[in-house]
Ligand binder design. Structure first.
Ligand SMILES: NC(=O)c1ccc[n+]([C@@H]2O[C@H](COP(=O)([O-])OP(=O)(O)OC[C@H]3O[C@@H](n4cnc5c(N)ncnc54)[C@H](O)[C@@H]3O)[C@@H](O)[C@H]2O)c1
Ligand SMILES: [Fe+2]
Length: 393
């Protein structure tokens, strides 16, 4: 096991909740509560700014993520953003958007590194200096409460040798947990169904992986995982039964569920699903929630095969209680529910090739130790990674 994973396991804190968490109705309440002014930089998207913020004419510097690229954050996008927003031009960062914007906002709160690539590979320090207010507009990543900022970076093999490919890496430091979180359910109302549902599934994966975390979960993080699972599964069931529009009556619950799941995984960590999804997201630019979903059901089936009576049994009890199925059928029932709200696609439909099976398994082994050391099945081997990719192909 790598030293970083050992350090995470040895962390005696039962939960990390750095941020104040507010619930507000709209942007005008945020403006007055936090006295937004011209030294605030607001990172958002135009399609969130126009319906929800423009009319209030806040005196801040609004910057739109799409001007720097439309994919998830990458080394290149971060460099462009840093060039555009001079470090001495603002005192506070307000990030209003999906996980991508949350993650970029966290970086804007930090002293600028000499080189972004080196920063993500932990060869430059992370020094947080400016307060960040995080306002999520998807119900997925929980990034508003976590200590990670994820980006697509040039892939390295052990020893720092650059490959031709890309992967996703998390820049991790407790200092980058946003200082204030504001939950405004209205912001989710314009989120189209596809990103809504895949981000909700991402949150469910956070709740599940943190709940099944073998060494890092605590009684307190477990409470966050369980309540998150409850809110999210009830919402997903409602959508399966009543249709896509039913989500609109349940926005606050999805937003809070995702937020609780974020706090849960901040302490207990994510695991195999995230580890195996990172090369998929990095190489084929599959959106984060969707790339997790592509692997989630298969990984749960493997957990069931290897250790059905461990903590997975309690997970199945919880799921069966919410879905109204038997404990024995909890995992297939969960996978059926997800199939109803979001049909599953095989990996090949994302561009995944047979040769990726070995290459991705190698990349997971080299770059995702933090996650695979937190797998429910221990040790999580390269052979198991290959099996998941092969069976999802
Ligand atoms: N830091 C963490 O803890 C953490 C954890 C998981 C994932 N992530 C990162 O978060 C990102 C994924 O986040 P996400 O799932 O929220 O997706 P996202 O930020 O990419 O947003 C999904 C899509 O929905 C759009 N969108 C967002 N809010 C909208 C709204 N209210 N109305 C209309 N459109 C809206 C976005 O522009 C985008 O096209 C990835 O970059 C991933 O790596 C970070
Ligand atoms: Fe995630």
């Amino acid at each position: 096991m790598d030293d970083f994973s050992k350090k995470l396991i040895a962390d005696s804190r039962m939960i990390l909740t750095g941020a104040e968490i507010h619930h507000l109705e709209d942007f005008s309440q945020l403006m007055s509560k936090f006295d937004l002014d011209s030294r605030d930089v607001v990172l958002t998207n135009r399609f969130i700014y126009q319906p929800f913020m423009e009319e209030f004419k806040a005196p801040c510097n609004f910057v739109f993520q799409e001007d720097f690229g439309t994919s998830e954050p990458s080394e290149e996008m971060i460099e462009k953003l840093f060039d555009f927003i001079k470090y001495d031009s603002y005192d506070r960062v307000i990030a209003i958007g999906g996980g991508a914007i949350m993650d970029l906002g966290k970086l804007l709160g930090c002293r600028r590194p000499g080189n972004v690539h080196e920063w993500f590979y932990k060869r430059e320090p992370v020094v947080h200096e400016k307060p960040v207010i995080a306002v999520p507009t998807t119900c997925g990543t929980g990034s508003e409460v976590t200590n990670i900022s994820v980006a697509i970076v040039k892939s390295e093999l052990e020893g720092g040798v650059l490959t031709d490919g890309e992967t996703k890496l998390g820049l991790v430091s407790d200092d980058i947990i946003p200082n204030i979180v504001v939950l405004i359910p209205e912001f989710l109302s314009t989120l189209p169904y596809k990103p809504f549902i895949t981000s909700a599934i991402d949150a469910l994966v956070h709740a599940t992986e943190s709940y099944l975390s073998p060494q890092r979960k605590t009684l307190i993080s477990e409470m966050y995982s369980m309540r998150a699972m409850e809110l999210l599964l009830v919402g997903l069931k409602k959508i399966a039964e009543e249709g896509q529009e039913a989500r609109k009556d349940y926005l606050k619950e999805f937003l809070v569920g995702a937020n609780l799941a974020g706090t849960a995984f901040l302490k207990a960590g994510c695991g195999t699903v995230h580890a195996l999804s990172f090369p998929l997201g990095g190489t084929y630019h599959v959106p984060h929630g969707e790339s997790n979903y592509a692997l989630f059901g298969k990984i749960l089936e493997i957990y069931e095969e290897y250790d059905p009576e461990g903590e997975l049994l309690n997970f199945k009890k919880l799921v069966s209680g919410i879905l109204g199925c038997s404990i024995e059928t909890a995992i297939p029932a969960l996978n059926d529910l997800l199939e109803k709200v979001c049909p599953l696609k095989p990996l090949r439909e994302y561009g995944f090739k047979e040769t990726d099976i070995d290459a991705f398994a190698d990349s997971v082994e080299a770059n995702q130790q933090r996650l695979i050391t937190n797998s429910y099945v221990q040790p999580w081997t390269k052979e198991l990674s290959k099996r998941v990719y092969r069976e999802c192909f």
